[in-house]
Design a protein around this ligand. Structure first.
Ligand code: SAJ
Length: 431
């Protein structure tokens, strides 16, 4: 048992984090059973294919399934270690964290737990979620002991080890990033570290407990959100003062201790736009800067829309015989960040939909990374290649590499990424 403590690992939730993690363990020749409630995802994986887009993931999953180390199932099976990687969205106006997926996952693994098992919560979680998970497991299995009550002597070991990988670089960062290990006891941490050391070449750093590990992950994403909000606020101030924010940032970043991030159309994705709210909901009176950063970033799409309206107005001033119906707008990019196909919580998609709904004239959507036009944009003309686009106004929302090569023919541009107005990139390190 001690030589090979993990003969079988079960990963609950086969999404953007769970599937790559499951594939990584399997690539180290450990039997992995991935569990998901989505029957189509389970079938796809069992065919050796993938249902999400992430560079190199298809290759690793294909090999792991073919060699018999990875399979997917709808129901959990006994294993030595269980990793929970399910979504943790927020709900309602107050952005309260929604732990229902973690609760359901805990309930589903409880019947198959055995003494000596390790349960790791990987999902980004509000402070206290790991303790809540331990309590749900204990409630479902009164015959077993758990660390929040029995400490080191418990039958089950529990830890929070947040994922920290960047979409688009998951397969690389899973291996090389350091891991924060927040076990409920030192033995829980030691066992969790041993699990990750099967493929992680970064350091497995033991935190004083699960709460600080939970807060650490939220802090990382809030740090980024606050810094993006600073850049976004600067872009508004510069617009008011008639300055080029890209030039300003380029100059300021020449200072050895200044590294301003990039303004954009807002913050998207399922992490940075969500996680800071978990800190706000834990400390609503105190987390003032973090809340304001969220508000600044969330308000950016409306500001971009006001710039598009201004651009239409400017075009009509130059062409007095025309009406809005005669003005063609081309929208460049829909995804939540460059060079990926992910549309989740994308401010670009939100802006494109609102342009289409409010503009009387033709709208062209240019998105090279997505194969099919999203249903909400069906009325627009969808193009994958920017080369043949002819429009009066060009609205740049995502700085895909292919847009970099060529300025659009449009006379008026709303460039939310500084792609068409910059001579040199701000500082490559900030991306
Ligand atoms: N963005 C800007 N300006 C910038 C950088 C980003 O507007 O200078 C925007 C992007 O366009 C995008 C959003 O922010 O809409 C988020 O993109 P991102 O690349 O900053 O982050 P994510 O959401 O893809 O991944 C983040 C990462 N967290 C940090 O870098 C601190 C990743 O390491 C986490 O694992 C991931 O969240 C997660 O799963 O929580």
């Amino acid at each position: 048992m001690l030589d090979k403590p993990f003969k079988r690992i079960s990963v609950i939730g086969l999404g953007y984090i769970g599937l790559p993690t499951a594939a990584m363990f399997a690539s180290r020749k450990i039997e992995v059973v991935g569990v998901d409630v989505n029957a189509r995802a389970v079938d796809t994986i069992n065919r050796g294919e993938i249902h999400i887009v992430e560079p190199d993931l298809d290759m690793v999953v294909h090999a792991a399934v073919k060699e018999g180390y990875l399979r997917a199932a709808l129901e959990p099976e006994p294993a030595e270690a269980f990793l929970i990687a399910v979504p943790t969205p927020f709900k309602g106006e107050n952005h309260e964290p929604d732990l229902s997926y973690i609760k359901a996952a805990s309930r589903s693994i409880a019947p198959v737990l055995r003494p000596g098992n390790l349960v790791i919560l990987e999902s980004t979680s509000p402070v206290g979620a790991t303790e809540a998970m331990a309590a749900w497991l204990a409630e479902a299995r009164p015959d077993l002991t758990f660390p929040h009550i029995s400490g080191e002597a418990s039958d089950i070991r529990i830890a929070h080890c947040p994922e920290r990988v960047l979409p688009g670089k998951v397969m690389q960062e899973l291996i090389t990033n350091d891991r924060v290990i927040g076990g409920m006891t030192p033995r829980c941490s030691a066992l969790a570290a041993r699990l990750y050391e099967t493929f992680v070449t970064g350091k497995c750093i033991v935190a004083s407990g699960p709460r600080v590990a939970e807060m650490c992950k939220l802090t990382e994403n809030s740090f980024r959100d606050v810094n993006i909000a600073f850049a976004n606020e600067l872009s508004l101030i510069c617009d008011e003062l008639g300055m080029d924010v890209w030039e300003l940032i380029r100059l300021a970043n020449r200072h050895p201790r200044v590294n301003i991030l990039q303004p954009g159309p807002g913050v998207g994705g399922h992490c940075i736009a969500v996680d800071p709210w978990f800190i706000v909901s834990s400390a609503p009176e105190t987390a003032r800067l973090i809340r304001t950063a969220r508000e600044v970033n969330d308000s950016k799409p409306e500001w971009v829309l006001s710039k598009v309206r201004e651009a239409v107005g400017a075009h009509l001033m130059e062409h007095p015989g025309q009406s809005a119906k005669d003005v063609t707008i081309a929208v460049y990019g829909l995804t939540f960040k460059p060079d990926i196909d992910d549309l989740r919580e994308s401010p670009a998609l939100e802006i494109a939909i609102k342009i289409l709904d409010s503009h009387a004239g033709p709208v062209i959507i240019v998105e090279p990374m997505v194969d099919h036009c999203p249903p909400e944009l069906k009325r627009a003309r969808f193009m994958k290649d920017a080369v043949d686009v002819v429009s009066d106004i060009g609205v740049l929302l995502v700085d895909h590499a292919s847009f970099r090569r060529r300025r659009p023919a449009a006379k008026i541009t709303v460039d939310t990424r500084g792609l068409w107005s910059l001579d040199e990139p701000t500082k490559p390190s900030v991306r």
